[in-house]
Write a protein that binds this ligand. Structure first.
Ligand code: SAH
Length: 365
């Protein structure tokens, strides 16, 4: 039988398990604190537990602890991109960014992705598997331990589609925001989706105060379908209706992500169509100059086009920001670092110019 994954258990579940084993309930409190506050790397760090108890925990539970196999640090802004090795040999990536208002971590929710968005590197090799709640938490835990600085914001915007791993993502959010754990405010957690309508509607009813970001990327279904296969399944009307329900039920303003691709979705006619599409929605637009991947020939909109698009939205009453490109000198968007790492390990350093700072080790793949 597979061992139970201790870091994915809620406080209540852990308490019930310990009591069933005849342990005092304060043991659960101690263990939970080791896992989620002290961010322990294994049972042996739990020095206020007896050796006998530690041994029996090892017998009964699996302990998720990601191993850092790559780290790139931006010389421009200190952004740190981590590659983590999972216990089954898979690799995922996470990014740490320093902002004035605090430190933010962008985590992956799946190994790979099956959504097939045309400009995205995470999806090129399809979906490998879902991440466990503990594997999502540990991206943050390992980074906080490594930097020694508190993480205050978490965005689920790395590889994977969170609505395609719904239950694990919800459990992850509850554990992450638990006051007995890392206690990250739900208001500082953002989940980004490509627009899976049943998932959005379900999330609206969870009673969570997180921010929902929708990857919009186009002002009409036709352009959207050319960029995102999921748009064939759920049309914009339905997706935006679900987003509106999210706002009504949670009171949380939405974020609409719009990656600007030169000649595809970045002219002012498209800006005008975007204004009519979302003028009655409660949210703001985050423009992202698309980060070109070598497997596709999409080109980033130039500065002038981005600025004109931004200004058009602003002049027409839409709140808009342009995403600052963090870590521009290290591998850019979503899944690119991981993809390059894996391709290099398979094919023998094709690109050859990886500049890992610090503790790079070769994983057994
Ligand atoms: N699956 C989720 C979250 C992951 S991607 C989603 O689709 O929202 C996070 C955001 O980055 C999405 O808006 C995604 O469309 C965008 N993105 C992915 N690759 C990109 C690239 N190469 N350039 C610009 N944006 C990209």
């Amino acid at each position: 039988m597979e061992k139970c994954d201790i870091k994915s258990l809620t406080y209540e579940e852990l308490t019930a398990v310990m009591e069933k084993q005849g342990e005092k309930s304060y043991r659960a409190k101690q263990i939970y604190e080791w896992l989620h506050v002290k961010l322990a790397e294994g049972f042996d760090e739990m020095t206020n537990l007896s050796q006998t108890l530690r041994n029996s925990l090892k017998e009964e539970f699996s302990f998720t602890c990601l191993k850092t196999v790559g780290l790139q640090v931006s010389k421009l802004d200190g952004t740190r991109k981590y590659l983590f090795l999972l216990s089954d040999g898979n690799i995922i990536e996470s990014v740490w960014m320093k902002y004035k208002h605090g430190n933010s971590v962008c985590i992956s929710s799946q190994v790979g992705c099956r959504m097939g968005c045309r400009f995205c590197a995470s999806t090129l090799d399809g979906l490998e598997r879902n991440l466990l709640p503990s594997e999502m938490l540990d991206q943050i835990y390992r980074i906080q331990r490594d930097t020694g600085e508190r993480v205050s914001n978490v965005v689920v915007m790395g590889s994977g589609e969170p609505m395609d791993n719904y239950d694990n993502v919800i459990r992850f959010i509850r554990l992450l925001s638990d006051s007995r754990g890392l206690n990250i405010s739900q208001r500082n957690i953002t989940v980004s989706t490509c627009g899976i309508v049943p998932g959005i509607r379900r999330l609206a009813k969870e009673g969570l105060a997180i921010t929902l970001a929708l990857s919009l990327h186009a002002p009409n279904d036709q352009v959207r379908r050319s960029l995102m296969p999921i748009a064939n399944r759920y049309g914009l009307e339905e997706v935006l209706d679900a987003c509106h329900e999210y706002f009504i039920r949670t009171g949380r303003r939405l974020t609409f992500e719009y990656s600007l691709v030169s000649g595809v979705n970045d002219n002012l006619k498209e800006a005008a169509a975007l204004v009519s599409l979302i003028k009655d929605q409660h949210g703001h637009v985050n423009l992202i100059p698309v980060n070109p991947i070598k497997e596709r020939d999409y080109v980033q909109s130039d500065r002038k086009a981005v600025e004109a698009f931004r200004k058009y939205l602003e002049d027409h009453g839409i709140a808009v920001t342009v995403r600052r490109e963090m870590g521009r000198d290290i591998d850019g968007a979503c899944g690119q670092l991981r993809k390059r790492f894996i391709d290099n390990s398979r094919g023998g350093a094709r690109d050859g110019d990886m500049c890992f700072d610090g503790h790079r080790e070769s994983p057994d793949l």
